[in-house]
Design a binder for this molecule. Sequence first.
Ligand code: 86X
Length: 471
Amino acid sequence: MIEYYDISGCYILRPWAMSIWEIMQSFFDAEIKKMKIKNCYFPLFVSPGVLQKEKDHIEGFAPEVAWVTKSGESELEVPIAIRPTSETVMYPYFSKWIRGHRDLPLRLNQWCNVVRWEFSHPTPFIRSREFLWQEGHTAFATKEEADAEVLDILELYRRIYEEYLAVPVTKGKKSELEKFAGGLYTTTVEAFIPNTGRGIQGATSHCLGQNFAKMFEINYENEKGEKAMVWQNSWAYTTRTIGVMIMVHGDDKGLVMPPKVAAIQVIVIPVPFKEANTQGIFDACATTVKKLNESGIRAEADFRDNYSPGWKYSHWEMKGVPLRIEIGPKDLEKNQVRAVRRDTGSKDDIPMDSIAEQVKDLLATIQQNLFDVAKQKRDACVQVVKTWDEFVKALNQKKLVLAPWCDEEDVEKDVKTRTKGEMGAAKTLCSPFDQPELLEGTASYSHITPKALLNIDRSLISLCLVYVWHI
Ligand code: 86X
């Protein structure tokens, strides 16, 4: 998937990884175009003035901004920043381009790279200093339109994870503490890695409200001829999606690729045997690939003569190819092939005559099975708790904790402080849109300590996902 590089936190995306990105990109790009969102491209470089324009938003992030200070041997008169995100790059032009209500909505997206000079431990895909993403930035006349788009985009993010990467996610709203500080509210899709017991933010769709509109003077004249301010959203998903997929499905043999994003869905391997009809086997492999390709299946044959079939099996298993087709003398005789699933290891003999249909079905089954298994594993880790003791216990068991919460920031911070230890500390992932039934008698929450997990005085008892994070 990747190759290490001589700059820490930077990785080469090899074709096997890039093709996943391209497939997700084709899906998302087509969907946002249906929504009348248009692609554009803004420069990579940001002048210091523009970057500073929105001080509050930049302040906490400043150490992560990478700067270009020289050209050749001469110092630049004014250093130039490399975009960590494009709000300050784009919004001055939103201000210029939006004049009247007929200029709205303005809905732009760009596919690009961004640089954030992180100092915590870099991890391929999950935390890299340069990554690929799409960033959507939109402006509307009304909050209602903005609200609707936030959820439409979030649904596309869910589909990328669940339908393409076969990774179950939880949709929800970030707490005030965890939301994007520059915005009004943040919605998110959250994934869970059972092996580590950690939650991971999958993608976010923010309603920015009118904060940026105020700072960048993004105003327009409404139908009544009055000056009004736009409502804005921004949303992004990154190459981190690939890292989440790898962690959720990988096993001891290596990667497990969901068929929908696999560059090679079927690898066809000839299994010649002594005096058997080797040419016939090779021809059958080529025919198989041709038949599969013609029905839109991404299949390839591995004809290399310097590796044994056994070596090829492990090689393609490690790369996570969803289905392996073996053709040996017996198969040739019976005019069939042997199909071996990467996800379950189960084997099927498939007649040549119906190969395309049957392989198509198998791939769909594998896609569904990967999702189902991942969901079962995730669901088995979800623990609803009522007391502080239960909370701590579940956390130590690497559970995804659903805890009642009063929506108070103090209390959220208190939980962080109290749980701080070697593992990191607990923090909220989101308030899921789908809430479990409130356990009967909210009064029973009254004995929960600390206050974090309880506030029976409030009617608002939302449940929150909580996880453990690194220090
Ligand atoms: C927050 C917010 C937002 C557009 C998205 O999540 C969707 C796409 N942007 C990004 N964020 C920063 O604003 C930020 C700013 C600077 Cl200067 C930085 F160095 C790092 C940042 N990281 C995140």
